[in-house]
Design a protein around this ligand. Sequence first.
Ligand code: ZN
Length: 256
Amino acid sequence: MLTGIFDTHAHYHDGRFDEDRFAVLEGLPEQGVCGVIECGTDVPSSERSRALAEKYPFVWFAAGIHPEDCGDKPLSDLEEVRSLAAHEKCAAIGEIGLDFYWPEPDRETQRVFFERQLQLANDLGLPVIVHDREAHGPTMELMRAYRPAGVLHCFSGSVETMKEAVGLGLYIGLGGAVTFKNARKAVEVAKEVPADRLLLETDCPYMAPVPYRGKRNDSSLIALTAAFLAELRNEDEQALADRCRENALRLFSKIK
Ligand SMILES: [Zn+2]
């Protein structure tokens, strides 16, 4: 069994964990999971994430407003994000970014929320957890402009974009999606990410790796993603999990 697994992206505040949230979280350490970053997607979910971080020593949290959730939010919510970020267990600003897959919220609103939160992270000296769905060009433009520390989570860009991101100092988050049959691009990226920039993540309850695709995901299933990546990269699974944990602790430096 793998040990020392660090899940850099989870949503245990999600309603799909309402039935058994505490049982799932309490079962993680015995399945080799030593750390979780629980990501908010708006103010209430960031507060729920904070509560989980306060309850469990191995959970930290990120506060932020997700691009899909910014449509009906006042900009004053960013002040709430700022105060949440002062918490000793807030490791990052996230989940923030751009999502051009859906027509709503409009792109300009998404960009305003994203830019404000990139600026906030830089002001506070915190890394960012970035969601980029079908918005690689504009996301990279903002990465060049703001130069944040952070991770491009569930990375779906090309090898070329990955290399540029790494050149800017960013980390690349890979999760269950890399194991999907149609994940040709992500597989090419996974082979080439420098070992010191790779992060493991779930995005649970979403993105369960094969053979659990479509089912509810949780941090214990990272072992399957790690095994898949280790085989692709011709590495030892445990060594890969250890290196990814070290990378997470380097990037999310508030975690002790
Ligand atoms: Zn997420």
